[in-house]
Ligand binder design. Sequence first.
Ligand code: PFF
Length: 449
Amino acid sequence: SNPGSAFPGPKTDGFSKSGFILAAIGSSVGLGNMWKFPYITGKYGGAAFFLLFIICLIVVGLPILLAEMAIGRGGRGNAASSLFNITGKKQWKWVGAISVVTSFLIMSYYGVVAGWTLHYTVGSFSGALNKPGTDYSATFTAFAGGYMPLFWQAVVMLITGVIIAKGISGGIEKFNKVLIPGFLIILVILMIRALTLPGAAAGVEFFLAPDFSKLSAASALTALGHAFFSLSLGMGCMLTYGSYVQKDQSLGKATLAIGAGDLIYAFIAGMIIFPTIFSYGMKPEAGVGLAFMALPAAFAQMPFGFLFGGLFFLLLAIAALTSCVSILEVPVAYAMGEWKWSRKKAAVIVSVASFIIGVPAALSVGGVLSFITFADKSIFDLFDFVTSYILMPVGGLIVTIFTGYAWKRAGDEVGLSGWWYRIWMFLIRYIAPILIILIFLYSVGLLNL
Ligand code: PFF
């Protein structure tokens, strides 16, 4: 469609308008909101942290989300070639390729946690995980430390690979359209259940009554890092999805819809987890084990706990799988574009490779490889730390620099005008990069707060 330019023609497979919004919400709404968000909220100051997260989402997350989608649609390529197609400069392709590596690393450990949710779904519904009086911390430790997680991780990679092999409209879009309505129903049931538990109010209060004395620079920077993870930014995901969006779809509206979807889900996740935890006399600071240790113990004591527990983990599994497909699409689109692999071949090879890279992560959570540590971090924690707090912010920084300084006609693609455009450009050029550099320095220990 652009004769003589570096731009390839329009893609033949793509999203419908509603399909794109659903798939992008499916990507952002994931394990992050239920598995990471509650424990960092518990650790860094409850409601005050939630407010910071909202600010980071709006001031840094949404402008970058819009920029990423615009780069994908404007460049019509993968996470690497889109930047090259827009500027015609080879260097940008290498810079963009960093995010393909990031997506690969995230896929490998995220697939492990997604596998845990499947195991817990089956275990809860079958009643195996619903015996009052059991020490659920020990149950989780024994499970995660064994070999069973590998089986479930393989199931996750199989499902993800099959969906990706079916393509955008027939695979990713359909998958999200089927799963998200069921997801919403389960979400509402669980919220009502949690809020009507005896003593739920203490949990709601913890989540909603801000105590600003608990805030620190560390909590601000954690909130920013989580905003990236939560919106699936800085690793080419929204960029790759954006490359399948029609030219007449409003990216501004899509940004607001995705941001609202993610935020509402984070809010409801808090409204499920904190009342449940408080109602059964547990502490919100439980750490990573909150979802897999504290909650099963709560469900075991609840009437019909097998049902509510089963629904809870099913919810997590759906959230995880719709995010997994978006992560895997990044390297698959790259392999198709750069190496001319067919979609099927790319889907098979990339999912098998992600599984293999994920094996050491899976076996390091109390398992045979947990003796390997880097600065006190297991392989699993290292993957999470390096991607969430280093590679994703770096990817976000690249997007802001590319959009703010290298791409002369970004405004045409994002479709904002007047003040909206000026505010967006100001955030992209100045505010977002400065804040990202701060988190980065803090995360690698060069900035002591
Ligand atoms: N946004 C997802 C979550 O919050 O769980 C995680 C994620 C998905 C990160 C897709 C990155 C990504 F590309």
